[in-house]
Design a protein around this ligand. Structure first.
Ligand SMILES: [Zn+2]
Length: 219
């Protein structure tokens, strides 16, 4: 805890001053560009990854970057999605999974989370991911299955997002784009789902335009 307290002091003593104008402007309201949904995993830092500042992305985090289908959970996910889309008017929603995700590992092997009833219950919202992996990737090695599950899971969450009325409405008007990303934090590499190629493609300097192609409006 000492490190965290020292960090707060450093923020107040040196960092805040250099961003004073930004925070003054943000006190008038927020207008983020995107809703960024990712895992609670401490190794993932959305603002570091996207090099965004306060006010630029609206972030929703939970174990496994899961978005329950509309009406399936009384958790805060639906409220965060609705607020970002209908109140803040974000134009993009990114669901970003990541390598070595403990939630996805627990999904594939329920024994790993057998002593964690709340986690086990939460992961039921990703049962579709497990079924897809069990039915289609049984022949893969454990590591390959994990990679496949992480990718399939973000695609399942895009499907779940489409069940939310605010999302469906904005999608139907072509005002919202959905993006599926997978971040390999140990390499600093990012993969984005390309609906035309029906596969994840690596983000590169030359492929930023194509890799950010919307998956929502076309589906
Ligand atoms: Zn995770």
């Amino acid at each position: 805890m000492d490190k965290i307290i020292r960090g707060v002091h450093e923020f107040q003593d040196t960092v805040f001053g250099s961003h004073k104008q930004l925070f003054e402007r943000l006190s008038e309201g927020q207008r983020p560009d995107a809703l960024f949904i990712t895992c609670s995993d401490s190794r993932i830092d959305p603002s570091l990854l996207t090099q965004t500042s306060p006010g630029e992305i609206f972030v929703l985090r939970n174990a496994g970057n899961i978005v329950p289908p509309y009406g399936a959970s009384s958790g805060g996910e639906a409220a965060a999605v609705e607020y970002a889309v209908a109140a803040l008017g974000v134009h993009d929603i990114i669901v970003c999974g990541h390598s070595q995700c403990g939630a996805v590992a627990g999904l594939l092997d329920p024994e790993l989370v057998a002593g964690l009833p709340a986690v086990s219950s939460w992961l039921q919202h990703a049962a579709t991911t497990k079924r897809i992996v069990d039915d289609n990737y049984a022949e893969l090695s454990a590591a390959e299955r994990m990679t496949a599950a992480i990718k399939e899971n973000v695609l399942v969450q895009l499907d779940n997002l489409r069940t939310h009325p605010s999302v469906a409405s904005r999608l139907s008007r072509g005002e919202l784009n959905l993006h599926a990303w997978v971040y390999e934090f140990e390499h600093g590499t990012l993969f984005s789902y390309c609906p035309d190629e029906r596969r994840f493609v690596q983000f590169g300097k030359e492929s930023v335009e194509s890799a950010t192609a919307a998956t929502g409006a076309a589906n």
